[in-house]
Design a protein around this ligand. Structure first.
Ligand code: FES
Length: 165
């Protein structure tokens, strides 16, 4: 800019010299970090409160007829929502169990190994008890969520998940 030219109007309204524009002073930086930290803290508190006081509502859903599956047989179902894959096994004449099919390690699909009478995850050899879904072996640390079933006449009805998901 030559000496005869005037500064543009916008430059007069900003008091920062051009050479210093890219520098942020310590106070501005501390203010920014404090506000960002408070924002993240408030967000985490909100998530915690929502997760503590959320009461999941599970649908009552007819999932199978009593004689639909042979003893030792398997039926795949979706519960509590479409796309949430579960596996039901008939373990005895009048005994049925159902679990989420999603391995609690890294979400591979578990399958029923009839000879070992357990649920197995092929990804990292995680094994789960057919009795209660607890971990028998492998990297998973949490049991498979169980689908609680009720029998009404000749129909099996899924009523909720334990633990809640
Ligand atoms: S995903 Fe199932 S054991 Fe790793």
């Amino acid at each position: 800019m030559t000496s005869g030219e005037r500064e543009p109007l916008w430059r007069e309204e900003f008091s920062i010299a051009k050479a210093d524009e890219r520098y942020v002073n310590r106070r501005q930086m501390a203010k920014f970090l404090t506000l960002a930290s408070l924002g993240m803290f408030a967000g985490n508190v909100w998530i915690l409160i929502r997760s503590r006081f959320r009461t999941p509502v599970y649908p009552r859903s007819g999932v199978a007829m009593v004689d639909e599956i042979p003893i030792g047989g398997v039926k795949l179902l979706q519960y509590p929502r479409a796309g949430e894959q579960c596996i039901m096994v008939r373990t005895g004449e009048d005994a049925y169990v159902a679990y989420s099919q999603k391995c609690t390690h890294l979400s591979c699909a578990v399958f029923y190994a009839r000879e070992q009478n357990r649920l197995e995850c092929p990804c990292h050899r995680g094994y789960f008890s057919i009795e209660d879904g607890s971990v028998l072996q492998g990297p998973p640390t949490r049991p498979l969520p169980k689908v609680v079933l009720e029998r009404h006449g000749s129909e099996l009805i899924a009523i909720r998940m334990e633990p809640e998901i």
